[in-house]
Design a protein around this ligand. Structure first.
Ligand SMILES: C[S@@+](CC[C@H](N)C(=O)[O-])C[C@H]1O[C@@H](n2cnc3c(N)ncnc32)[C@H](O)[C@@H]1O
Length: 256
């Protein structure tokens, strides 16, 4: 089964976290096929996503890959413009299915672009095997991994995107994917709204101009109406006690 691929937000993102819907051609039609749970993508479709364009020149990729797709994962890393660095094993503490071995783990590959620094101090680096219980939801990854990623990159990273995400993004993340709230075309709020809301309010309350907020949050001009909507009620302090010109009404934004 195939799904329409939504367009990607422009970035640039310092951290790209991805859990692709790998297609198992040899399993289509079998009861345990992943296609029974969600649409899948061919290797070519995954590789040709414009991740090179949305990843910052200095960025890090965290990529989930199940055992049978290890070879393909390295092709994806190359196609997206990253260099493989290391990996973490997720021990699900539960024996699943499998054709040659019964899978109990999945790999989280780590790859970098440019001079993305290793996590400092050394004491924050996690063990290479993490034990988190398997979720009852098919393919759902442990939410603790997002916190781990933020901890490892917080010294230098500001923008985080999760590709092929499901549901509503936690604070500080942009979610993109067919089942993500906030992805254009999903009927939910546009990505720009989710991306900017909290930070935009803080910046606005601190006296930042609309243009400054867009620049700081790395949002395109078309996100302005969402940002203004998100900041409704937040007053920019008047400059030198003078009248506030920019706040003469706010835009409700067709996309808000
Ligand atoms: C492996 S699951 C991701 C699970 C997720 N990491 C979690 O923890 O819940 C892959 C997701 O990619 C979505 N997907 C499938 N085809 C897609 C496409 N063409 N574009 C965007 N997302 C797609 C699926 O619907 C599914 O939600």
């Amino acid at each position: 089964m195939r799904a329409a691929t939504p367009s990607l937000p422009p970035g640039p993102f310092d951290v790209v976290y991805a859990d692709p819907p790998w297609r198992y051609d040899w399993s289509i039609g079998e009861v345990k096929s992943v296609d029974a749970h969600y649409p899948t993508m061919s290797l070519e479709e995954i590789c040709t996503l414009p991740i090179r364009q949305i990843a910052a020149p200095r960025s890090v990729l965290f990529l989930w890959v199940p055992g049978p797709k290890n070879r393909e994962a390295f092709l994806v890393i190359d196609a997206w413009g990253f260099d493989y660095k290391s990996q973490i094993v997720w021990d699900k503490q539960h024996q699943g299915g499998g054709w040659w071995s019964r899978a109990r783990h999945e790999l989280l590959l780590i790859a970098t672009r440019g001079d993305a620094p290793t996590p400092q101090p050394q004491s924050i680096r996690p063990p290479s095997v993490l034990m988190y219980p398997r979720s009852s939801v098919h393919s759902q990854k442990p939410p603790q991994v997002r916190d781990l990623i933020r901890r490892l990159t917080r010294r230098w990273a500001h923008s985080y995107i999760e590709l092929f995400a499901r549901g509503r993004p936690p604070k500080g993340w942009v979610f993109w994917g067919r089942d993500a709230v906030g992805t254009p075309g999903d009927g939910g709020r546009p990505w720009s709204y989710i991306y900017s809301r909290d930070d935009a309010r803080r910046l606005r309350a601190g006296g930042e101009s609309w243009r400054g907020i867009l620049r700081t949050l790395r949002l395109p001009p078309r996100a302005l109406s969402s940002v203004r909507w998100a900041c409704r009620g937040v007053r920019k302090p008047p400059l030198h006690g003078g009248a506030e010109r920019e706040d003469a009404g706010f835009c409700t934004g067709a996309d808000a």
